[in-house]
Design a protein around this ligand. Structure first.
Ligand code: SF4
Length: 512
């Protein structure tokens, strides 16, 4: 396939999926460059284009992989991919193998209650499926179909009496396209499992700014070390010793040893933070090991400020960047409006007057539109104060718990709900309760992060390896984190219904 044939093919794949011209994105993906950055507003169609690009290149014999932040995003990509494939004539897709690779906690048929045991679980329970990962029947099915959900991939392997986790690990090595999650790019040992790839795409790449692979308290580390000594003194191998602790019901020791061994085996540089030890993989290390063998594309709606990403991921290497202005767009399902309120959420201005002004505006909005509103505040502390002023409940997790605690059976009965940027709700929990979703989302203030001790230590570490002054790094990372949180919060709406979004902040206007 020459370049124009590839462009035509990508357009064909995107028909009915992205309903406007994305020629610029198509050209971006097809251009040859070892390292590229793409920043495009949420909802612009970059994931769909990335998938269309991977399909196109796979027909040219170039195998690729795309790394998403979460399992839910892998699922969403499978849906898109199977819709695209259904646009093609049946014969075209023969022998296109797509493998979604996610963690053992999802693919394991008998997962442990304690997630920290999952790594050793197969051997602890002597699972019979450990060796069941070969199946021609499964390979035949996968070469003829792209299924539209992870659950279906799980079910197909299970129904063939296989271990989904091991069988997909094995098949991913030779698959044309692998869809997986960030842990597979952070850890070299995981990356090796997906075989040689000429194209690597990292979605939501801003999440790799701070890739902590493991964290343990010094106390637990010392306890783990002592258990390990006992294991060596008794001359028992690791798997057997863990199994013995499990069957002797020494749960505390088992979990401590499991966490200690995980810490030992994980990748990353050790840095210590007060009473904890952390392992971290700096962004440049991730990119360095990819570039020797693959074309690498980083994409996100929040690669901001771009100079920070260039420094931390490319470190003076040439980067081709494509930036589409704006951070989030209004779509047919999402209407974005910015209300210039003149109020600021700055720390030193969070007095009574500010909260009264926010309260007054939020109530006025509700009175004039009579639609349920969910308000995202910049921090938990801010949310708690605002909730008191408004007399509204706070929601940080699944709506059903709140509804039960309020003794309410319908989310409609709560006109205003307060939540927090970076809460579980902001990061992806379903906003709806019994099918009802608030139609108006208000983001008030800017969710600048609180710089923790862990952040300070990481900034010190980066400052040394990248040779950048700490205050500059702190400022850029803080700005970047604020943008990511803001865009993620706004991105919670507009997936299913038409909504109106208002941002009550003057600083937001100034920054974009
Ligand atoms: S072999 Fe597979 S099914 Fe069995 S415990 Fe391990 S991951 Fe789970």
């Amino acid at each position: 396939m020459n370049l124009s044939a590839k462009k035509r093919f990508m357009k064909e794949l995107l028909q009915g999926i992205v309903n406007y011209t994305v020629d610029d994105l198509i050209s971006f993906f097809l251009e040859d460059s070892p390292l590229s950055f793409l920043r495009a507003p949420a909802g612009y169609g970059k994931t769909a284009c990335a998938l269309a690009y991977l399909i196109t290149e796979s027909f040219a014999g170039n195998r690729g992989a795309i790394f998403f932040r979460t399992r839910a995003e892998v699922n969403q990509a499978l849906r898109l991919l199977s819709r695209m494939i259904s646009n093609l004539p049946r014969k075209t897709i023969d022998h296109l193998s797509v493998i979604p690779l996610v963690g053992k906690d999802f693919y394991c048929r008998y997962p442990p209650e304690k997630k920290s045991l999952v790594k050793w679980w197969c051997k602890i329970i002597h699972c019979n499926f450990l060796s069941r990962y070969r199946s021609q029947e499964l390979m035949d099915l996968l070469s003829q179909n792209v299924y539209d959900s992870l659950k279906k991939y799980y079910n197909i392997a299970r129904d063939l009496d296989l271990c989904p986790y091991y069988v997909y690990q094995r098949l991913s090595e030779n698959a044309d396209i692998v869809l997986t999650t960030h842990p597979y790019i952070i850890r070299q040992s995981f990356l090796n499992r997906i075989g040689e790839r000429s194209i690597i795409i990292i979605d939501e790449a801003h999440n790799l700014l701070k890739s902590i692979t493991v964290k343990i308290s010094e106390r637990e580390y010392a306890q783990g070390e002592s258990l390990e000594r006992t294991m060596h003194n008794q001359n028992i191998d690791q798997d057997r010793f863990l199994a013995t602790l499990f069957y002797q019901r020494r749960e505390k020791d088992l979990l401590i040893l499991a966490r200690y061994l995980k810490f030992q085996e994980e990748e990353g540089t050790i840095i210590s933070e007060r009473s904890h030890l952390i392992k971290i993989v700096p962004p440049i290390q991730i990119i360095d090991r990819l570039l020797s063998r693959s074309k690498v594309i980083l994409m996100s709606s929040t690669l901001y400020p771009i100079s920070l990403y260039k420094t931390l991921f490319a470190n003076k290497r040439p980067v081709r960047e494509h930036i589409i202005k704006g951070f989030i767009r209004s779509t047919s399902r999402r209407k974005l409006a910015i209300l210039k309120s003149g109020i600021t959420s700055k720390f030193n201005e969070r007095g009574d007057k500010t909260f009264w002004r926010y309260t007054s505006i939020i109530k006025k909005i509700y009175d004039s539109i009579k639609e349920n509103i969910i308000v995202f505040a910049p921090s938990k502390n801010f949310a708690e104060k605002l909730a008191k002023y408004i007399g509204a409940p706070i929601l940080l997790e699944e709506p059903n718990r709140l509804m039960e605690s309020l003794g309410i059976s319908d989310l409609k009965d709560v006109p205003i709900i307060i939540s927090v940027a970076r809460s579980k709700l902001a990061e992806g929990i379903d906003l709806s309760y019994k099918g009802f979703t608030p139609r108006v989302l208000l983001v008030i203030g800017l969710p600048f992060p609180k710089i923790t001790q862990e952040d300070r230590i990481i900034i010190q570490f980066y400052s040394k390896i990248y040779n950048i002054k700490e205050p500059l790094l702190r400022k850029s990372l803080s700005l970047s984190s604020m943008f990511s949180a803001l865009i993620q919060t706004i991105g919670r709406i507009g997936r299913k219904k038409k909504v109106l979004l208002l941002s009550l902040t003057i600083e937001f206007l100034t920054l974009i």
